[in-house]
Write a protein that binds this ligand. Structure first.
Ligand code: ADP
Ligand code: MG
Length: 559
């Protein structure tokens, strides 16, 4: 007798949440299961090439769909790598990461649907349409097959089972129809065909189904019923097709499917390069950082294909740290398949591709900045901090690459501006780029140091991100203009009359200033009259060097 095991409580909650939340998108279950089948075939194909397996042939790979209307089941069968008992247990018995649920709890107010998308609607999406799911799998090279079975996603069981050939077969027992939902539609050929065209057309292995069609007989008007195996997808990978033939929706669907994002990408970059190294790249800039973006779980990298054969999922050397949010893939015929995955790092071709990709991403971002400002601002709010870290990291060595992408809030424009825009508007007598840091734009705007410069119509950049000032200090200058924190040191803005007046007043108030200095000697290094203040009586000012804000950030950093 099979032993029934319980899902972990947390997982069960997560699953219920998921199953009940993606209400309007139940149909994506098919896309998910087909993607998994395709991944499994990719894995076996790669293994076959590497190990020279003679019993695995590319032409034999396929994904088969079949329906049983009487029993209301839909089956998805692949001849991919299959799963061992342990893999069934680990891959289908553990859901997402427990952190996802915690995150959800913390962000209750936010739109539910976004959260759901973030942990990848994979295998478990089957439970959106099925109340019972059976997975029979035999791993390539193994003699044993197993059956994983779960009812109502309430625990699962695994038993030994008979199966011819390697691969996996997933059977969904569809839920009973309700007033709102007709699950029977997933048994209909036309629904299945529609879903495959919509979501899985680019899958590189044939998705086959036996279909019954009414066909006109040749040379007569008679109609006959033909049963035939039909390939439902066109199989040309999307990145091999010409850009002009691909709709935005196709790109979006491809991205959301492949990279498990519930949001459409903000930007698609599709490029083919011929030359010393030839490759196709299909890159996406997500519209939002994934949930784990700022955690150690997030792995940067692009999928790597060699002449259409999947090599690895996250080739991190293809994407520099400052663009780590970019998802996508690269397919090149110039990479030798024999190179082991470890060796890839040192591959010269790979480095050449990486450097071109970096430049391409930058030029696409710049283009967006120039032609689609609003979209760029969306990008900036999602990933601007990353770019600023990029400027700061590695001792500013990416300054040239990244400086034109930077944006900061401007006191004058009351919106984000680029450094180039700032410099082009600088007043004739102005030598430096003025900035000031604080918690947020509103509180910075009220700071006493800001008032005088605003009165004199200078533009000031308001820095409210922790990394901002570090990035500017690392850059040192932009177009030969140095950066000047207006809360620090001397601004030298007073004209001759003002300077004279200040000098006289200082003399007159010498005793007062000395008394104040004496009283505050443990707190401040100097007390002086200032030409910087307008309506505020006093301002604390840092000497040149580390600003108050930087000190604050550093003191908050973990040791
Ligand atoms: P993901 O595809 O994002 O990894 P899924 O929930 O879709 O998440 O699948 C979980 C895991 O189960 C897969 O990573 C894979 O290891 C395994 N798996 C699912 N379907 C198959 C299949 N048809 N053949 C082999 N392994 C599979
Ligand atoms: Mg999957």
């Amino acid at each position: 007798m099979a032993k029934k095991k319980a899902f972990k409580a947390e997982s069960k909650r997560l699953m219920d949440l998921m199953i009940n939340s993606i209400y309007t998108h139940k149909e994506i279950f098919l896309r998910e299961l087909i993607s998994n089948a395709s991944d499994a075939i990719d894995k076996l194909y790669y293994k076959a090439l590497k190990e020279n397996l003679s019993d695995v042939k590319k032409e034999d790979f396929k994904i088969e769909l079949s329906v049983d209307k009487e029993n209301r089941t839909l089956t998805i069968r692949d001849n991919g790598i299959g799963m061992s008992k342990e893999e069934l247990e680990n891959n289908l018995g553990t859901i997402a990461k427990s952190g996802s649920f915690d995150f959800k709890a913390e962000h209750d107010k936010e739109e539910e649907i976004d959260i759901i998308g973030q942990f990848g609607v994979g295998f478990y999406s089957a439970f959106m349409v099925a109340d019972k799911v059976e997975v029979i799998s035999k791993q390539y090279g193994s003699d044993d097959a197993y059956r994983w079975y779960s009812e109502n996603s309430d625990g699962y069981e695994i038993i030994n089972y008979g199966k011819d050939g390697y691969g996996t077969e997933i059977t969904l027992f569809l839920k009973p129809n309700t007033d709102d939902e007709n699950y029977d539609e997933y048994l209909e050929t036309y629904t299945i065909e529609r879903l495959i065209k919509k979501y899985s057309d680019y899958i590189r292995y044939p998705i086959m189904m036996q279909v019954t069609e009414e066909k006109k007989k040749e040379d007569s008007d008679e109609v006959e019923t033909v049963v035939e195996d039909k390939t439902l997808n066109s199989m040309v990978p999307i990145w091999k097709r010409s850009k002009s033939e691909i709709s935005e929706e196709e790109y979006d669907n491809f991205y959301m499917d492949k990279f498990q994002d519930y949001n459409k990408p903000l930007e698609v970059i599709h490029t083919s390069v011929e030359g010393t190294v030839s490759y196709d790249a299909l890159l996406f800039i997500p519209s939002k950082p994934p949930m784990n973006y700022y955690s150690n779980d997030y792995e940067k990298g692009l999928q790597l294909y060699s002449s259409g054969v999947f090599i690895m999922d996250k080739a991190s050397e293809l994407i520099p740290e400052h663009f780590r949010f970019v998802r996508g893939l690269v397919d090149s015929q110039d990479l030798s398949l024999n190179i082991s995955r470890e060796m890839l790092q040192h591959d010269r071709q790979l480095r050449a591709i990486a450097s071109r990709i970096e430049k391409k991403i930058k030029s696409e971002l710049l283009k967006m900045l120039r032609t689609e400002r609003e979209k760029y601002e969306e990008f900036w709010s999602a990933f601007g901090t990353q770019i600023k870290y990029g400027v700061y990291a590695d001792f500013g060595s990416h300054k040239e690459l990244l400086q034109d992408l930077l944006m900061f809030y401007s006191s004058k424009e009351k919106k984000l501006v680029t450094l180039d825009e700032y410099v082009s508007r600088m007043k004739e007598d102005q030598k430096e780029i003025y900035y000031i840091s604080g918690d947020d734009v509103d509180s910075i705007d009220k700071m006493p140091q800001v008032e005088l410069l605003k009165n004199k119509e200078y533009e000031i950049l308001y820095l409210s991100d922790d990394v901002d000032e570090f990035a500017l200090q690392m850059m040192q200058n932009f177009k030969e203009k140095t950066f000047k924190n207006i809360a620090q040191g001397d601004l030298d803005l007073a004209d001759e009359d003002e300077k004279k007046k200040l000098e006289e007043e200082s003399k007159e108030n010498k005793d007062l200033l000395e008394a104040l200095q004496d009283a505050l000697k443990d707190q401040v290094s100097e007390v002086k009259l200032s030409a910087r203040l307008v309506s505020h009586p006093v301002v604390l000012s840092a000497a040149d060097g580390m600003s108050f804000e930087m000190e604050k950030v550093l003191s908050q950093m973990p040791e």
